[in-house]
Design a protein around this ligand. Structure first.
Ligand code: HEC
Length: 111
């Protein structure tokens, strides 16, 4: 009898944990957008803004007619080799990571 309230608490806590992890999982799988990409947050958001809206150090918005008009290769080229004040990411990110960023930038511009 003494352990019962504790047992109930454990059930409640584990339900919450389960629910939280399901929510997190759902977010990473269904909304794998640029703003949720940890690589973007770590490397790019300081210039291009948390939601790619453009922000500091002259980093332009990545949601623009210019970006929409750019091909995947153009975007990959800018990220890999840099351009003006945009740093190059060859050697810092893997080709797969850069491809994911390109896809996510493209996806943002399709909306
Ligand atoms: C130091 C600030 C800075 C950081 C960090 C940075 N950028 Fe940039 N980015 C720029 C600037 C400035 C430009 C504009 C370059 C130009 O056109 O002269 C740019 C341009 C771009 C473009 C081309 C946009 C277009 O419409 O042609 C893309 C794509 C891009 N950045 C993606 C990224 C990604 C992805 C990251 C992270 C891996 C990143 N940037 C990190 C400053 C930055």
């Amino acid at each position: 009898m003494k352990t019962q309230p504790f047992a109930i608490l454990v059930v409640i806590v584990s339900c919450c944990a389960l629910f939280a992890s399901v929510t997190v999982l759902a977010q990473t799988t269904t909304d794998a957008g640029l703003a949720t990409n940890p690589i973007y947050k770590k490397n790019c958001a300081k210039c291009h803004g948390k939601a790619a809206e453009g922000r500091h150090f002259g980093g332009p918005s990545l949601i623009s007619d210019k970006t929409r008009a750019a091909s995947d290769d153009d975007l990959r080229n800018v990220i890999s080799n840099g351009k003006g004040r945009m740093p190059k990411y060859t050697g810092k990110l893997t080709p797969e990571e850069i491809s994911t960023l390109v896809e996510q930038i493209k996806a943002l511009n399709k909306k």
